[in-house]
Ligand binder design. Sequence first.
Ligand code: GDP
Length: 299
Amino acid sequence: FSRLASGLKRSSDQLGGSIAGIFTRRKLDDETLEDLEDVLIQADLGIDTATAITESLRRDRYERDVSAEDVRGVLAQEVEKVLKPVAQPLQIDTGQKPFIILMVGVNGTGKTTTIGKLTQKLTAEGRSVMMAAGDTFRAAAIEQLQVWGERTGTPVISKPAGSDASGLAYEAVERATAEKRDVLIIDTAGRLQNRDELMGELEKIIRVIKKLSPDAPHAVLLTLDATTGQNALSQVEIFGKRAGVTGLVMTKLDGTARGGILVAIANRFGLPVHFIGVGEGVDDLEPFSASDFARAIAG
Ligand code: GDP
């Protein structure tokens, strides 16, 4: 919890500071409620959550003195209410061998790093993992995954940059099946310059995987960069529709003032949030906890 609390300190400081500015010995009236709603929307929490919080205060404490601390308490409560249903651990179905995870997301959101961290976690749990360097578009992404492979002692299936990604995915599923690996994690490209081409490629990778394993991919995880704020919403929309996203990983929650976006995403899409990234290191991937996040952001 302390990692998350320090990571979200900028978000909570900003929110807490603004709330303290509004509620200095002031009654809860229409003006303070409106100011509070603005602050909550600016903190990327989304209009629905901002309204839920102000309405809850209006219902219970209208025309009464409230302290900034009271307001932060209600904020934590409402945020937890939104996040609780989506805080779900990633279930690895051991009946599926290999359990195939497709990682998708825009370049720079932390896809490759998350694959490395997840591999470390699963390996530590005693599972045998294989990675596939499916971002065949970028030589640097292939090399980066190979570094994670060495670091975690995990084989990486790769081909030279420019190779066909779905062909690589097919080979990776064959190899992971032959080697009886527990989990196969497949990286993918994330260039957004040509969105239709990218989505077409992801759809093709999924079709090809299904030829060998009809129920796969068993999880499609989307990485979102918390620092991009509102942009993350449209990324969930696009990838959700075309790539069949089953769960989210929000990265870079260390040191951002825009952590509130996770609440807006949870409220709008209801997709499971499995993990959060709180740093660049191999151990900086944490299971997502609604109550910890709510406490950390409310300060
Ligand atoms: P990709 O292009 O989506 O594969 O993104 P990368 O995995 O290459 O990550 C892009 C940058 O973000 C790298 O410098 C990572 O070290 C960094 N990064 C990834 N996850 C986190 C995180 O949770 N916190 C921080 N601070 N940096 C992260």
